[in-house]
Design a protein around this ligand. Structure first.
Ligand SMILES: Cc1cc2nc3c(=O)[nH]c(=O)nc-3n(C[C@H](O)[C@H](O)[C@H](O)COP(=O)(O)OP(=O)(O)OC[C@H]3O[C@@H](n4cnc5c(N)ncnc54)[C@H](O)[C@@H]3O)c2cc1C
Length: 471
């Protein structure tokens, strides 16, 4: 079952279990390991990387996630730096710059929604809405003290309005449809009538929208999963091992019930546990430990289906990588398209291109159980309408299906309650920590932050126990 020994001597004698080898779990595991504790990671699949996993197909990297990263994804950058001796140093720095464009009525035009001057030039909104953009700086200044990328629950007091209501109220309906809904749709989906405005404010802060130093988005040079694979080399991982449940032992510590791919059951004991799997799975595994408030929290976390289509294309489609956004009024099944010209040693071979298409939320929900070839055919016909003639160059496609936490109005208030319960339980001596994108935001950056946050809390608790023991 175990495929890796503890790489170096652990020094503290404490045993920590990390459940899940996605970005949240691996970030937590490497940070806890670096502090000298013994760490065992349990991963249900044979491959690490969680939702970053994918496969090579005719020289193209095909995965199920959106590949564009924020230029200010600091937690991911730090993660890569920590692993630089394992050869992933140039994966993220520098990112390949991505030009953003808006598709309207069959025409694709470059836009710059990061600068207010650029936002004022985006075609679509009526001219009388433009002066409202001047409100941006004052509003962001007012909200900034509450916006914390690692602790989004600190903005709970702002979580009573949707993105659609917020933007229409302050900047106008045109700004919503052509500027800010397209800004967030590739990350959070296009359900801006339900998405909390806190999600938009945090996104705007991370991209530096309207600020002095905006951080343009970019593409990693290699598949992001390589970062997870490098992290996995520095900790002991038991792959193909699903954790069934976690129980607290009367004598102290925690017992994991494990199930391997052959159906063999086993048990293992630990001093502390980090649960870094999706919300519904976390609730299932931790059910024996949950307080009623935690159970309510997990019951209310909303996970929604997401559908992507990766497309390998003959020939170079454009000089620069592009993110083409389709406003909702285009009435397409597609919300955004990334066009990535190939390059030597990159995610697509030189002389070819790679596309990733994110389907609209309504499409993803309606087609959730439909066969992949039917989904691909539908999305390809929408792609042909958006970029005529492209269909002839399609070599192969890959449908990605995943579920993603949805940060609807009220979710940040739920997060604030959950964070409070976590503090109380820690004070009472519980050493179970949660990590995962549903606690911070639906991106690799947020998942990495969630993992670091769980590790920081655990390390602080173990250190204070050590101090108590010394006294
Ligand atoms: C369509 C799509 C779009 C995305 N868009 C973006 C984007 O725009 N920008 C961006 O930065 N990121 C994006 N992402 C990344 C993504 O949304 C996540 O935020 C990230 O992968 C979450 O990491 P995680 O570690 O929390 O969870 P996961 O990646 O889901 O990892 C959890 C791991 O736990 C394992 N596991 C589950 N149950 C058990 C169990 N019982 N026992 C043991 N192991 C278990 C799973 O196999 C998995 O490996 C996108 C992803 C998708 C699918």
């Amino acid at each position: 079952m175990s495929d890796a020994a503890q790489p170096d001597e652990a020094t503290t004698g404490r045993r920590v279990a990390v459940l899940g080898a996605g970005f949240a779990g691996l970030r937590a595991a490497t940070a806890i390991r670096a502090a000298g504790h013994r760490v065992d990671v349990f991963e249900a699949r044979t491959a690490v990387g969680g939702r970053a996993r994918g496969e090579w197909c005719a020289g193209h990297w095909m995965d199920g996630s959106w590949p564009v990263l924020g230029g200010r994804d600091e937690a991911l950058a730090r993660f890569a730096r920590d692993l630089s001796e394992r050869g992933v140093g140039d994966l993220l720095t520098p990112l390949r710059p991505v030009q953003t464009a808006l598709l309207r009525g069959g025409e694709t035009r470059p836009v710059d929604g990061l600068q207010l001057r650029g936002a004022a030039r985006i075609p679509g909104p009526p001219i009388w809405e433009r002066p409202k953009l001047l409100r941006w700086g004052r509003l962001m200044g007012r909200y900034a003290p509450l916006l914390d990328a690692t602790h989004p629950e600190r903005a709970a007091d702002l979580d009573y309005r949707s993105v659609a209501d917020h933007v229409s109220l302050y900047f106008g309906r045109g700004a919503l449809e052509f500027w800010l809904a397209p800004e967030v749709q590739s990350v959070h989906g296009d359900s801006v009538d339900e998405l909390s405005r806190v999600a938009l404010l945090l996104h705007a802060q991370s991209r530096g929208i309207g600020g002095r130093r905006p951080a343009p988005p970019g593409l990693p040079r290699r598949p992001l999963v390589e970062l997870a694979q490098a992290a996995a080399e520095s900790v002991a991982i038991q792959r193909a091992t699903q954790v069934q449940r976690v129980d607290e032992l009367a004598s102290g510590g925690y017992r994991l019930e494990l199930l391997d791919a052959d159906g063999t059951r086993a048990e293992s004991g630990f001093d502390a546990v980090v649960i870094a799997v999706g919300a519904s799975e976390a609730a299932r595994i931790a059910r024996p430990l949950l307080t009623p408030a935690e159970r309510d929290f997990f019951d209310r976390v909303e996970e929604r289906p997401v559908v992507t289509l990766s497309v390998a294309l003959e020939g170079v489609h454009a000089g620069l990588p592009q993110e083409i956004r389709l406003p909702r009024r285009e009435d397409s099944a597609i919300t955004s398209i990334v066009v990535e010209p190939g390059q030597s040693g990159g995610r697509a071979p030189e002389g070819r291109s790679q596309l990733v298409i994110r389907a609209r939320d309504a499409f993803a929900t309606r087609w959730a159980d439909t066969a992949s070839d039917v989904v691909a055919k539908n999305l390809l016909s929408s792609l042909e309408l958006a970029i005529p003639g492209i269909g002839e160059r399609v070599m192969t496609t890959h449908v990605g299906r995943a579920s993603q936490a949805f940060f609807g109005v009220g979710h940040y208030r739920e997060l604030a309650n959950f964070a409070k319960v976590q503090r109380d339980r820690r004070d009472l001596g519980r050493r179970v920590y949660y990590a995962g994108d549903y606690l911070v935001g639906p991106t690799f950056e947020s998942a990495t932050r969630a993992g670091q946050r769980a590790a920081d809390a655990l390390l602080a608790d173990l250190a204070s126990e050590g101090d108590t023991q010394l006294v």
